[in-house]
Ligand binder design. Sequence first.
Ligand SMILES: *[C@@H]1O[C@H](CO)[C@@H](O)[C@H](O)[C@H]1NC(C)=O
Ligand SMILES: *[C@@H]1O[C@H](CO)[C@@H](O)[C@H](O)[C@H]1NC(C)=O
Ligand SMILES: *[C@@H]1O[C@H](CO)[C@@H](O)[C@H](O)[C@H]1NC(C)=O
Ligand SMILES: *[C@@H]1O[C@H](CO)[C@@H](O)[C@H](O)[C@H]1NC(C)=O
Ligand SMILES: *[C@@H]1O[C@H](CO)[C@@H](O)[C@H](O)[C@H]1NC(C)=O
Length: 720
Amino acid sequence: HPISAMSPCLKSKCLSIYLSLWQLNRTWVFQGHGALLQPQTMLLDEGHERLYVGAKNTLYSLSLDRVNTHHREIHWATTESQVEECLMKGREKPECANYIKVLQQYNQTHLLACGTGAFNPVCGLVRVGHTGLFSLDKESIESGRGRCPYDPNSPCTSTLSRGELYIGLYTDYWENDGALCRLNNQTYTRTERDDRQQLSEPKFIGSAVIPDNDDRDDDKVYFFFTEREMDAQGVNKAVFTRVGRVCANDQGGQRMLVNRWSSFLKTRLICSVAGPNGIDTHFDELEDVFVLKNKDKKNPEIFGLFSTTSAVFKGYAVCVYHMDDIRAAFNGPFAYRERPEHHWTPYEDRVPYPRPGSCASKVNGGGFSSSKEFPDEVLRFVRSHPVMYRPVRPLHRRPVLLQTEPGRRKLTQIAVDRVQAQDGHYHVLYIGTDDSLVLKVITIYNKDTDTVEEVLLEELQVFKVSQQLYVGSEVGVAQVRLHQCDLYGSECADCCLARDPYCAWDGLTCSRYYPAGVYTKSRRFRRQDVRHGNAVQLYEQWHRAEERLVYGVENNSTLLECTPRSLQAKVLWFLQRGGDKQEVQSDERVIMTSHGLLFLRVRSSDAGVYVCQTVEHGYVHTLLRITLHVLRGERVDVSPRALGPPSVPGPHSRLWYKEFLQLIGYGDAQRVEEYCERVWCSDKKRKKTKRRYVPAGGEKRGKGRGEENSHRAPRHTLDT
Ligand SMILES: *[C@@H]1O[C@H](CO)[C@@H](O)[C@H](O)[C@H]1NC(C)=O
Ligand SMILES: *[C@@H]1O[C@H](CO)[C@@H](O)[C@H](O)[C@H]1NC(C)=O
Ligand SMILES: *[C@@H]1O[C@H](CO)[C@@H](O)[C@H](O)[C@H]1NC(C)=O
Ligand SMILES: *[C@@H]1O[C@H](CO)[C@@H](O)[C@H](O)[C@H]1NC(C)=O
Ligand SMILES: *[C@@H]1O[C@H](CO)[C@@H](O)[C@H](O)[C@H]1NC(C)=O
């Protein structure tokens, strides 16, 4: 957006983010040779500290340290005759290229790369190594049929484990044959062809190999995809999100299901919110999935980004799933229906042994050394009952994040980082949008009230290891540091206000927080307060909520305006004083109106920070934070929305300073300082005593600016 068209608050925030990303060297961008890069897939190789990018006709190897330096590339285009052939099939010129869509770590020294090859898929091995070694092994190039889609726009997902490639894709030119497959150098195992019970118009989104227990023969491969199914009336096709799984060691059957999965089962993933009228709003279309690995390899957390399929209402939600719930659904009843137009019911007859969908493993009794030994009865059952009756519901039975305002940006991608903060761990969600933003969000679940609070930390204009996010877009690949604690300023209070779980005050600076034991070299005193709530919550920083300053005149009426965006929302007002937050109760003097909080006769004791929050579907949104100053008939010579410093700093300079703090998103400067001083910053180990500003009356409460600021955040450049 043009900066000039923005509200002053937004303008200063955008500027500060822009400056912070570019000037503070937080972002590097790799753009290739000027032409659109069009990345199709990316693969992180921590061992060799490289990021591999599969793009149009080219493979790149980028430095993890700085994506824009020391890159290597392999040109892998289709021949002219192949392009001609492609055009003769009636395809468009841009489609007739080699889009590298599959990139997997084959072994320590080689990558497997597959491209669409102008509608004639190809695969090959790429040598990689330290010293930037990056070369395509020409000998290894072979047909990529069944390993890469023909069409560059065709959805596909792949994962490689123990030398075997698992892939969900359309295997044919006409995109009729959607399949979940496994390839190794001897076998090709897949779902049945033309079996609409197994897969119905699938769109493949994600996949992961997840162990069930310590017996590797019990490892499962999970696929996340959507399907289109005719509804019970046989009128409309509806989209559903599925999680499907197979045993990694599935060898198929011996007489039947030869080279077909003998363990394929699937069930529905639900992401919905309860509506006020008892009708749930479902987010049925999976857009992206992120499997957040854990120390416990058996229990990663699954984050799904969903959208609604309604033509009228477009909304987005992020739901989190636990493996326990996914496994419970697969261990539950099978689904059964007499005919396709009937409803599913739980299958209640006898289920053969071994349980259909289980793996040939010691854990399952060890009676079968391979799925080829399974009785025909088991294979027949699994073939005819691939659907589980119970769906998987998300953690807390609701999304952790919701965007339901019409006309807002589309959310397309998700990556998640787990951050250990002093008061527990947080999930930091990175959500990519269609207008090339990355939203950095934490969500906090409050058990007592069963509500979820979202805190938008930053909007990064532009993925993950060593605290870097790598973002692919049409024009290039951007690398962004996940945090830049020094950006939050050089004062304890700034650090306190940022509420960024990556950062804490160490007594000297705002810097990366390392939990005990992770960074023992020079652990210093740390203050961090992300979850609580009380005061910090109100001073949430950046642009989560708009900040306003309102002056009231004693004994006169004053309206604190706040209109909710949705009519269903319930509005709550809170008054913030020091560390306390109290709900405002209306009385004969204070009235809650649909336009805001009305004081009929404002008193000086009413001064404070008022927070306007809405609660809808159990989601708390902070809409506004209004600092009310009550004047005793004094002249108000600084208009509340006035911008910029007055030309002559005079007796009002303190007021002006507060306004400046307002503009950059702070609440009442003095209260902020008080809170931070009391809760965060007062520690005898504090090494720096600074004075930031001197409140009227001259008490030495605030901390002044330091002299030695190497990384001053841009928003402090007006500090006087
Ligand atoms: C950013 O990097 C450039 C070049 O490496 C350097 O000159 C500049 O000082 C850096 N800026 C900051 C704020 O670190
Ligand atoms: C990786 O696979 C390639 C191709 O099969 C082989 O030549 C190479 O020796 C393998 N490397 C290792 C470390 O096993
Ligand atoms: C590929 O096949 C050969 C011989 O059949 C075998 O020795 C080798 O281990 C196989 N490689 C993988 C990765 O399965
Ligand atoms: C406001 O009203 C109170 C009570 O009526 C009175 O004592 C006070 O002087 C008034 N203040 C101003 C500034 O008029
Ligand atoms: C009270 O407010 C009204 C309307 O905003 C204004 O006309 C009047 O001068 C105010 N009274 C005082 C004492 O400021």
